[in-house]
Every structure is written in C-alpha cells, then in structure tokens.
Write a protein that binds this ligand. Sequence first.
Ligand SMILES: NC(=O)c1ccc[n+]([C@@H]2O[C@H](COP(=O)([O-])OP(=O)(O)OC[C@H]3O[C@@H](n4cnc5c(N)ncnc54)[C@H](O)[C@@H]3O)[C@@H](O)[C@H]2O)c1
Length: 380
Amino acid sequence: MSQRNNDIETTYTHTYSSRFIIDRDPEFGRMKEMGLENYDRLFFVMDENVERIYRDKILANTVSINQEFHILSVKPEEHSKSIDFYPVLVSFLEEKNAGRYDAVIAVGGGIIIDLVSFTVSTYMRGLPLFIIATTLIGQTDATTAGKTCLNSRNAKNLLGTFYYPIVVYNSIEILRTCPKRITRQGLSEAFKYSLLTDGKALQDIIDFCTHEFDSDVMERIVRKTIESRIAVRKVDPLASNLGHTFGHALEKYSGYTVLHGDAILTGTVMAMTYAVEKGLMKEEEKERIFAMMKEAGLNIYIPEDFQPERLVEYMRKDKKSSSKKLHLVMIQGIGKPYRGLTPFLEADYDDVEDFLKRYTASYPYKKSDYAEYLNKESLD
Ligand SMILES: NC(=O)c1ccc[n+]([C@@H]2O[C@H](COP(=O)([O-])OP(=O)(O)OC[C@H]3O[C@@H](n4cnc5c(N)ncnc54)[C@H](O)[C@@H]3O)[C@@H](O)[C@H]2O)c1
C-alpha cells in the first residue's frame, strides 16, 4: 500500500495457472488426471453433437462412484453464447445451488467454452472451471488466454471477462470426428501463431492439411500452438491479432458467413501486402509465406465483388483502433513480429482504404460464390 497526497492506493495481483493435458489415448484415459474426484458435484455443459458421440466415454473417465453429476445439453450455435441464453446456464447452476465445492466442466468447441467460461466467471464471482476442448480452436485458442466472450444482442463477442480454467483436457483423437471445415479454422489460427513466433509449426500444418489425419502431426501442432499462444499473450493480450483488423472486418462484411480462421488468413495476406508497401517486409518473404498458405489449402481468396470502402467502415470498429488511427499487428517475416513503441503499426484510415483499392484491383484470387466456396470441407 502506498500513499500520494493522502489518497490511498493499492495494487491488486491475482495469480492464476492452468494445466493443459494433451492425451493420445482413444479411450481418453488421461481424463482421470483432471482431479474432478476432489469436487462434491460435477456440472457438465455439453455441446449436443459431442454429447451424442462421446457422452459415455467422458462420464466413465470423469465421474467417481457415488459422485453426483448433472448435464446441460447445449446447441452449438452463436445464440448459445449470447446474453439471451446466459440465464439458462445461470438457472442450471442456481436451481441446484452450485457452489465453490462443485466443478463446472465445459465440453465442446469455442461456443460452449465461451458460454461456460463467461457464465462461470460471473456466477458467485467464479466457480472451479474445467474444459474438455473438442475442436482445434477450443484446444489452442479459446482456452489459452483466459478471454471469455458472450454476444450481445447486436455484436459478437462484445461482453467478456478474464477467467482461467484449472485444467484443459485436449484429446487428439477427439479431433478426428470434428468437421474438416471447423478444423481448418484452427489450422489457420495455428498458422498465424507460428508466423508470430518461430515458424516451427508451419511445415506440420502443411503436412496435416495435405495428408490423411495424422495424430503425431496433430499433437505437435496442438502443443506448439498452445506454447506460441502463451508466448504471444505475454507480450500484449492483443499482439496475437495478426490479420485480425482486416479479418474481423471481413467476417462482419460477410454477415458472419465467413468463419473466423478463413477470414484472418485473408486478413494476414492483406496485412503482409501492406507491410511490403510500407517497406516493413520483403516481397520475397511475403511470397514465401503466401506459397505455404496456398500449399496447405488455407483460404487466400476474397469475394469477386469486394468493396474496400465497406471493409474500412467495419475496420473503424476494431477494438485496437482509435477514431483517428488504425492499429495493425504486422510481421516483418516468419518469427519477426513488427515492434514499434507498441506491438502495433499506426495507420491512417484513408491510406489503408487507398491501399485496399489498389490491392483489390490487382489481386488475382477472387471467387464469385465466396460463401459457398468457404463452406466446403476442403478448399481447392
Ligand atoms: N474466447 C476466445 O479466446 C476465442 C478464441 C477463438 C474462438 N472463439 C470462439 O469460438 C467459436 C468457434 O468455436 P469452434 O471453431 O471451436 O467451433 P464450435 O464450438 O462453433 O463448433 C463447431 C461445430 O463442430 C462440432 N464439434 C465440436 N467438436 C466436435 C467433435 N470433436 N466431433 C464432432 N463434432 C464436433 C460442434 O457440434 C459444431 O457443430 C466462435 O464463437 C469464436 O468466437 C473464442
């Protein structure tokens, strides 16, 4: 405690830690190591589709003899992580007097993880939270920065808190049943994290994308991406946002028909091209990274009728930007994030709009059936 002008000031510090279990066992044997036997009761919130496939196996590895448990099944749709659905989960916990000696376990991808993490962080100011993450985004992104999110009635991910799970259980084998289009979103994020750190996962991502599901390769991608994510977060919570200012705007531009990973890869190509124009990155380095994205079959396309002015309007609402300047996360090469006084490059809206007009006119990768194209399990 310190004093200045008779005012009282204090610094609050909270220490949280999370443990990530990465399990290769198809029977989910290491789920038993989550420590759930230490809690009075277990409250599961399960993605309906995941529950249909894995319910019995999950319960067999988590619930101890005579331990009381309850399950809430949730549809994996954006409405479920919204302010309108929040009371449903609160009631599920409240009606059974859930408390600090009980554990809440989210089972699913980013949607269920966001809904449960946000709600649990606010219910009694926090209950013990555990996550069984069943998508690549869930395992490597939605669980690794403590960012919880809910959609407001008008905006995606507007509401949020910081809250940390005690254990995240990541099964590699569970990812086999995940739709390829959903896994592609995680691979796009993994690609981005690798660009921002050491590039070590890039070849694994290409290998995974161009062959049948390989557990060894996937395990390496999960492990490296979690490590990269944690390293990037330590620099600045927003330093992970390579390609996001362009990418988020593209998601909004498309009315969210374009999924996040697909959008941020396109956004990364835009950010790299802008970096080349500004002399921050060599053209050959951009081409080298672009060739890897292409080889992996990740999204590099923009809509045929793309309107740069509309994209810039959405970019104005980016949470890193001010009303006067855009703040862009940039790289100068693989493993070389741009660092000025902050991790962001300040850019004028007009300058970015002019750049996007030139970019759109000369960029050859365009699709007339953009949303339909990105709906495909594999891109050609
Ligand atoms: N909080 C964060 O930091 C953060 C980070 C990234 C993304 N997100 C959020 O995550 C959400 C997207 O999450 P997502 O991509 O993980 O997918 P998701 O939760 O939207 O699930 C996608 C689909 O995959 C199915 N599914 C999930 N796991 C499966 C499995 N193992 N087998 C079969 N089917 C399975 C689901 O039932 C659903 O139909 C978005 O709402 C996004 O905003 C949050």
